[in-house]
Ligand binder design. Structure first.
Ligand SMILES: *[C@@H]1O[C@H](CO)[C@@H](O)[C@H](O)[C@H]1NC(C)=O
Ligand SMILES: *[C@@H]1O[C@H](CO)[C@@H](O)[C@H](O)[C@H]1NC(C)=O
Length: 269
C-alpha cells in the first residue's frame, strides 16, 4: 500500500516538473501602459509560460539580463514606444534560449551594445526601427542565425565592409529610411542565401552589377524612393545567376540601359 502511493507522488512530481519546463500552451501577453518593474506579480503569470510578449507604451524600471533570462520559452518579443531602463549594458546577451523573433520600435535606451548581445540569440528575424545606430561595425551580427533583417530609420550612415559577416543564412535584407549613399560590396559578400535585397529611402545614388559580389540565391532587388541616377545591370548573371526582377519605384530620373538576358526591370512611380 505504501509503495504505490510514494511512486504515484514521484510520478506526479516528475510530470509536474516536465510540464513546468515545457508548458503546452504558451501565453501571448500584452503589456500596455504599465509603469514599474517587470515581474511575475505585475504580469500575473510565470515568465516561463509566456511564448509571445509585447511591451507597448510602457515605462519599465530596471530591466536586467537576469529578468529576461527567466523567459525560458519566449519565442516572440516586441518592444514598441516604451521607455525601458536597463540594468545591464548588454541586456540581451544569451538571455533567451528560444527567442526567434525580436522587434524593437522606438526604445530610446536601446543602443549599439545591445545589438551585439542580440547576435547571441537564436533569432530568425530581427527588426529594429527608429533607433540610434549610426554605424554598423564589422562583425556586429557574427554568430546570429538570422533569416530576415530589417533596419528602418536608425540614422544609419555607415556600413563597415564586414558588418554582415556570419549572416550566411540571411534570406531577406531591408534597409530603409537611413542615410547611406552606398552599400559596400564586400559587406554583401557573406550573404550567400540572400534572396531579396530591398532598399527604401536611403539616398542611394548608384547601383550596378559592380555593386554586387557573387550572390548565388539573389532573385529580387527592390529600390523604393532612392536617388538613383543610373543603374546598369549588364552582365549581372555572372554574379547573381537567379536575379530575375529589379523594381525601381518612386520618382526617379534614373537611366536604365537595356541588358541582355532574362532580367526584368520594372520601373514605376
Ligand atoms: C510567435 O509568433 C508567431 C508569428 O506570429 C506565431 O505563429 C507563434 O505561435 C508565436 N510563438 C509563440 C510561442 O507564441
Ligand atoms: C540557395 O537556394 C537553394 C534552393 O532554394 C538552397 O537549397 C540552397 O541551400 C541555397 N544556397 C545557399 C548558399 O544558401
Amino acid at each position: 500500500m505504501f509503495f504505490p502511493s510514494v511512486l504515484m507522488i514521484i510520478i506526479l512530481t516528475v510530470a509536474h516538473i516536465i510540464s513546468r519546463e515545457v508548458p503546452k500552451d504558451l501565453e501571448h501577453i500584452k503589456v500596455l501602459r504599465e509603469n514599474g518593474p517587470l515581474t511575475e506579480e505585475s504580469l500575473g503569470i510565470p515568465f516561463d509560460t509566456i511564448g509571445t510578449l509585447e511591451i507597448r507604451l510602457s515605462k519599465i524600471e530596471k530591466l536586467s539580463r537576469e529578468t529576461l533570462g527567466q523567459f525560458k520559452n519566449l519565442e516572440n518579443l516586441t518592444i514598441s514606444f516604451s521607455k525601458i531602463e536597463k540594468v545591464d549594458k548588454d541586456v540581451f546577451s544569451n538571455c533567451c534560449p528560444k527567442l526567434k523573433h525580436l522587434e524593437i520600435n522606438h526604445w530610446p535606451d536601446f543602443n549599439y551594445e545591445d545589438l551585439k548581445g542580440i547576435a547571441t540569440l537564436p533569432l530568425e528575424s530581427l527588426e529594429i526601427i527608429d533607433s540610434d545606430i549610426p554605424k554598423l561595425k564589422s562583425g556586429v551580427f557574427e554568430g546570429a542565425k538570422l533569416k530576415s533583417l530589417v533596419l528602418t530609420k536608425n540614422k544609419l550612415n555607415e556600413i563597415e565592409p564586414d558588418a554582415f559577416k556570419g549572416l550566411g543564412e540571411l534570406e531577406y535584407l531591408l534597409i530603409s529610411n537611413n542615410k547611406i549613399k552606398e552599400i559596400p560590396k564586400q559587406s554583401l559578400a557573406p550573404l550567400r542565401s540572400l534572396e531579396t535585397l530591398e532598399l527604401v529611402s536611403n539616398g542611394i545614388e548608384k547601383f550596378s552589377t559592380d555593386s554586387l559580389p557573387e550572390l548565388p540565391n539573389l532573385t529580387d532587388i527592390v529600390f523604393i524612393r532612392e536617388n538613383l541616377k543610373e543603374i546598369n545591370f549588364e552582365g549581372v548573371h555572372k554574379v547573381a545567376p537567379k536575379l530575375n526582377d529589379v523594381f525601381v519605384i518612386g520618382k526617379n530620373m534614373v537611366h536604365i540601359p537595356k541588358v541582355s538576358g532574362p532580367l526584368r526591370i520594372h520601373k514605376w512611380l
